[in-house]
Design a binder for this molecule. Structure first.
Ligand code: 5GP
Ligand code: MN
Length: 327
């Protein structure tokens, strides 16, 4: 189906139904959160009832966004009913919905809106554009398609998704079209310095303490083309860092001159490691993540692997080596 047709089907799905469960992915980021809240604003304008939920935790720094206080964290809270109409946002595959699937009725209709290349169209309706910089950019297109007006509240949520998923308009997913959409969001009232200050600039002291413990773990492999950092459970405890403090640390590895692939290993417990992969320009890290049960984008991907740090490092490095040889 063409993107244009998918936009009009998605618009009809929203207009013709009511009482939606709107969800984003586990460990939501700025795009997942901005998109979730933007959908809340869209449904409000349409006069629909809805619940915004995820398997949290939504980072504190995004909760200034309008409707931010309405997000239900399904790790802590339970909903008392199941939903027939569900909207999944920024979920690269079905598993990324986490505990939210428990609240989908057996015959629920799912609208899947996403921009990950690993998305396998798991919804009844699928609005997917893998060259969109953010799921929020697809929602911008949907707002236009539906002829809705860009209120300041809606624009702030969309802008946050676009700003964070482009790394502050720096990544290769930034182009003139994205900049024009961002400009339109500013015209709708978004104050870019306020959003950037909240979402990109402000750091916590526990983040600095975490960096002090993480930097000594730096190792370079494959003639300096691959850089790895490790966050142990001990480092998390000692620094009192939160999950959101970890965001972005992988970029320190990738940004080192000469490095093509940056890897961050985050020890969840003694047998589970969350891996973040970033590449500069050559290696498709989504393929690597997919080969070990994860997914993502060509330049940013992730997965969670069972094993101790050493085993997981060995496995991931072997996949990176294979990808390198294939180039
Ligand atoms: P991060 O490393 O920041 O957790 O994730 C980078 C990108 O990869 C994000 O777009 C995220 O949605 C995706 N990603 C991270 N972990 C997983 C995973 O376990 N499965 C899938 N399908 N995508 C993931
Ligand atoms: Mn995204």
């Amino acid at each position: 189906m063409s993107y244009q047709k998918a936009l009009s089907s998605a618009g009809r799905f929203l207009k013709e139904n009511d009482h939606f469960l709107v969800i984003n992915h586990v460990s939501p980021d700025g795009d997942a959160t901005g998109s979730l809240l933007a959908m809340g604003h869209i449904l409000s304008v349409l006069g629909k009832t809805f619940v915004l939920a995820n398997e949290g935790v939504t980072p504190e720094k995004f909760l200034f966004l309008p409707l931010g206080n309405q997000i239900v964290n399904l790790s802590d809270d339970i909903l008392d009913s199941q939903f027939n109409k569900v909207i999944a946002l920024d979920c690269g595959d079905e598993k990324r919905m986490g505990k939210a699937v428990n609240y989908m009725a057996e015959d629920a209709t799912l609208l899947n809106i996403d921009h990950h290349q690993s998305n396998d169209s798991f919804g009844a309706f699928n609005l997917i554009r893998t060259d969109a910089c953010a799921t929020a950019e697809i929602l911008f297109d949907l707002v236009k398609e539906m002829g809705l007006s860009l209120t300041k509240d809606l624009a702030m949520c969309l802008y946050t998704g676009i700003l964070t998923d482009t790394g502050g308009f720096r990544y290769s997913n930034t182009d003139a079209v994205v900049m024009n959409k961002a400009a339109e969001l500013l015209s709708a009232g978004v104050e870019p310095a306020v959003v950037a200050e909240r979402c990109l600039e402000t750091i916590t002291s526990s983040y600095i303490r975490l960096l002090q413990l993480v930097f000594p773990t730096l190792s370079l492999e494959m003639d300096g083309k691959v850089a790895s950092l490790i966050i142990t459970t001990d480092a998390m405890k000692e620094s009192t860092a939160s999950l959101e403090d970890m965001e972005g640390i992988v970029n320190y590895a990738r940004n080192i001159e000469g490095v093509e692939v940056g890897i961050l290993y985050k020890q969840i417990d003694s047998t589970t490691v969350k891996v973040s992969l970033r590449s500069r320009s050559i290696i498709d890290v989504a393929n690597i993540a997919k080969a070990v049960g994860g997914g993502g984008h060509a330049r940013a991907a992730g997965c969670t692997i069972q094993g101790d740090i050493k085993e997981v490092q060995g496995l991931v490095l072997e996949k990176v080596r294979q990808a390198w040889v294939a180039k």
